[in-house]
Design a protein around this ligand. Structure first.
Ligand code: SAM
Length: 202
């Protein structure tokens, strides 16, 4: 891990250590429950980058999806391992940098579930995120996301309006499927919306 990345990891470790985790609902989110019910394939491998404490990862694993949950923060991963143990569910939990996942995993995921990770990364990394998502998803794989808009905070979270997000997923590599505004959840730091993309074939 290079120095910049160590700093970034330290930043997120600090948030958990200080218990300053305003995005954390303490349970899986309603939008993810809806995505799973209406837009997930009936089977398929799910990747959750920047999973945090990972309630959604456990929720999906409980419903039979093979889930790989990734976060580089110590406390997030410790909590998720404990939660998965308590619930008796099996899932893969990786404490790694989401941009450096092993190339052996390329093309192995059917769904990338994004929730408040894109808005947590530095905008200079948006291209890396798109490349990570593209290489890890199978052709036809779906990026299903809960994205956040935060107009007056200097990030993270960074403001991620739909136009900005769509602009990161070029049309020759992705099909934009749909988006939908979500009712404001006062428990989360900003308004959110759903957006769905499909990876075009290689
Ligand atoms: C705002 S939190 C969202 C957590 C979770 N997705 C949720 O909605 O509750 C962002 C998470 O992304 C993780 N993260 C940020 N950059 C990362 C990176 N490069 N590799 C792995 N995890 C990262 C942080 O540690 C943090 O847990």
């Amino acid at each position: 891990m290079d120095e910049t990345n160590k700093l970034r990891r330290g930043f997120w470790n600090g948030k958990y250590a200080d218990r300053h985790t305003p995005w954390d609902l303490g349970r899986e989110s309603e939008p993810v429950r809806r995505l799973a019910a209406s837009h997930f394939p009936s089977a398929g491998c799910v990747l959750i980058p920047g999973c945090g404490r990972g309630y959604e990862a456990v929720y999906l694993a409980e419903r039979g999806y093979p889930v790989t949950a990734v976060d580089f923060a110590d406390e997030a991963v410790r909590f998720l391992r404990e939660l998965a143990g308590e619930k008796g569910v099996t899932l893969e939990i990786l404490q790694e940098d989401l941009f450096s996942l092993d190339a052996a995993r390329n093309g192995t995921f059917d769904v990338l579930l994004e929730q408040t990770c894109f808005c947590a990364i530095d905008p200079s990394l948006y291209r890396d995120y798109e490349q990570m998502a593209h290489r890890l998803l199978a052709p036809g794989g779906r990026l299903l996301g809960v994205f956040m808009e935060v107009k007056d905070i200097e990030g993270p979270p960074y403001d991620c309006p739909l136009d900005l997000v769509r602009g990161q997923f070029p049309e020759d590599r992705w099909r934009f499927d749909w988006s939908e505004p979500l009712p404001r959840n006062p428990e989360r730091p900003g308004p959110e919306y759903l957006a769905a993309f499909t990876k075009r074939g290689d």
